[in-house]
Design a protein around this ligand. Structure first.
Ligand SMILES: [Cu+2]
Length: 111
């Protein structure tokens, strides 16, 4: 029979191994578009559990949000140099937009 201690340590190991595979991405807000490594992106695929850091590189505010069923969030308005993060924990599609610049759009697929 499993002891309480071994169940707890098993759960902790499971958590650590899930976490170890999670990746971090940074998406820049630059020239009123979403950019990864300097290139504009309108679609992107990540894995469930991954984190995206949304960093404002423009000398004006952006307001990043999503109304998607999978992940609804509003990071608020923030200035150049500031970064805010979202963890995407479930698989599906998320539409990411900027409340200030309607032309900014990113379709994120979480696998
Ligand atoms: Cu914007």
């Amino acid at each position: 029979m499993l002891s309480e201690k071994s169940i707890v340590s098993g759960l902790v190991m499971m958590f650590v191994s899930i976490n170890a595979s999670a990746a971090d991405y940074t998406i820049m807000q630059n020239s009123k578009s979403f950019k990864v490594a300097g290139a504009q992106v309108e679609e992107m695929t990540i894995k469930a559990g991954d984190t995206i850091h949304f960093k404002n590189e423009d000398p004006f505010f952006h307001n990043i949000f999503s109304l998607s069923d999978l992940k609804t969030f509003d990071l608020g308005s923030y200035p150049v140099g500031e970064s805010k993060s979202v963890v995407f924990d479930a698989a599906g599609e998320v539409e990411i937009e900027c409340a200030i610049h309607p032309q900014m759009y990113l379709l994120l697929t979480v696998e």
